[in-house]
Design a protein around this ligand. Structure first.
Ligand code: GLN
Length: 473
């Protein structure tokens, strides 16, 4: 790393841009160079267009709050004129004809979207190994996965190929790869950031989030991403506070709940150590840690996979080779066969597994047995959290994943084993809560810890995360 870039936080880079120590063009050139150098090894980016990025950099206004800062974008978020393939053959020729609202907001603040990050196909996965464009490697150990599904976003930020990236989190896909790669991953409250232009996986769970090298950068990006959008009826009308102003207030007097269900013998020793270290740091800074219970925690994964697959089967019905997506070679077959062949050839294994599962749980004979029950369990999971918050807990602390990053070929695990590892991340999506993964100091593989907050309390969430980070940096 050249000294100029030793600390590639957005705020440090912004300072250099404003002081004219660095121009947006030089910054873009440097990141393009790093992408060129590191991507063959890591495969964190599916594509990037340096010429286009340099043209944008030439126009950048460094007086804007994110002026001239490059941000990589997960391949399921639309950027006008760029491919948005969701790492799927199904969309391999798709070029987005519009900007997602999150992207227009970033551009309005001066940021420069640069690079499409690799991901699990249609955001379905936990390792980055379900991509039609090949696996992404973890920069901390290239024989390991970076986590998923925002695998490329986390790996690119961790490797310094980009200072920050957008991801999407339906059941943990921002927080879990952040934990495995050693970066900060923030999933805001459901509805905080417009989903317009985010390719839908499970619409009632999907939320755009950020991957950054520090908590302050997460707050900075969130500030510009939030807000109501007429293009997304589920986007929130809640006012957007100044996230940075509360950031360094500390945690003195704050009550933090530690769910007893999360202190499990199933956690790897590194994960348990990270959790203990977080408890010690927060207590030392004056927070009160108290044990709480989330009695339905165990049922969250089952509920999540039924709901996520049901919604996916409906959302992905549009890719039939006629209205959208890859089309199989024409034959004289009946139209039904064209649909079937296009979907068979266009989608990967995991996506097909979920479409079939989702179609099954929504079918006439099984709807009540599976889908309706899963929705009831979802309500119970959400109630566990609201009861904890009503009893005076202001934040909840927990692990992000039961283990550090697994070795490549996690695919050898059964789908059920892989799904169960989402136990600590899916509850926030089922309940719509904001949550963040913060890296802990490690001599070995990166491991994050997670904080969760009540709806729309991102300011307090970031405050807690900043307290952890300050003790560890
Ligand atoms: N691992 C979870 C899944 O496979 C989460 C995915 C996500 O958040 N996009 O569904």
């Amino acid at each position: 790393m050249t000294p100029m870039f030793a600390k590639h936080t957005l705020s440090a880079l912004r300072q250099k841009l404003m002081n004219r120590e660095l121009s947006p063009i030089e910054l873009t050139q440097e990141y393009a160079r790093r992408m060129q150098e590191l991507n063959p090894e890591l495969n964190a980016l599916i594509s990037w267009d340096t010429e286009r990025a340099l043209q944008a950099a030439a126009q950048a206004d460094v007086n804007l709050p994110l002026g001239g800062l490059p941000i990589a974008i997960k391949d399921n978020i639309c950027c006008l004129g760029e491919p948005a393939r969701c790492a799927s053959h199904m969309l391999e020729n798709y070029v987005a004809p519009y900007d997602a609202t999150a992207i227009s907001k970033l551009r309005a603040a001066g940021a420069l979207p640069f690079g499409r990050t690799n991901m699990d196909e249609f955001a379905m996965g936990s390792a980055g190994e379900n991509s039609a464009f090949g696996v992404t490697r973890n920069p901390a150990d290239e024989n390991r996965v970076p986590g998923g599904s925002s695998s490329g976003s986390a790996a690119a930020v961790a490797a310094g190929m980009i200072p920050a990236a957008l991801g999407s989190d339906t059941g943990g896909s921002v927080r879990q790869p952040a934990s495995h790669c050693g970066v900060v991953g923030l999933k805001p409250t459901y509805g905080r950031i417009s989903r317009y232009g985010l390719v839908a996986f499970a619409s009632s769970l999907d939320q755009i989030g950020t991957l950054t090298t520090c908590v302050e950068d997460a707050a900075l990006l969130l500030q510009f991403l939030c807000g109501h959008d007429v293009m997304d009826s589920t986007s929130s009308l809640q006012p957007v506070p100044d996230f940075a102003s509360e950031l360094h207030r500390g945690v003195r007097g704050i009550r933090i709940g530690l769910p007893k269900e999360y202190v499990s013998s199933g956690n790897a020793p590194e994960v348990q150590d990270a959790l203990n270290a977080a408890v010690a740091v927060l207590e030392a800074q004056g927070a009160e840690i108290c044990e709480i219970s989330l009695p339905h925690a165990e049922a969250a994964v089952a509920s999540y996979y039924i709901i996520a697959c049901a919604e996916a089967s409906s959302n992905l019905a549009r890719y039939d080779g006629v209205r959208y997506g890859y089309r199989a070679a024409e034959t004289s077959d009946a139209p039904g066969d064209l649909y079937a062949r296009s979907r068979t050839e266009g989608f990967g294994e995991e996506v097909k597994r979920r479409i079939i599962l989702g179609t099954y749980v929504l079918s006439g004979g099984y709807y009540d047995a599976y889908y309706t029950r899963a929705q009831k369990v979802r309500a119970l999971v959400a109630r566990d959290f609201s009861q904890a918050f009503e009893r005076g807990v202001q934040l909840i602390l927990g692990p992000v994943a039961p283990t550090p990053a697994p070795k490549l070929q996690a695919k050898d695990m059964t789908p059920l084993q892989i799904y169960l590892a989402d136990i600590y991340t899916v509850p926030a999506n089922l309940a719509g809560l904001p949550a963040i993964s913060v890296p802990t100091p490690q001599s070995g593989l990166p491991v994050g810890v997670q904080l969760l907050a009540p709806h729309f309390e991102e300011a307090r969430l970031l405050q807690g995360a900043a307290a952890l980070e300050s003790a560890w940096s």
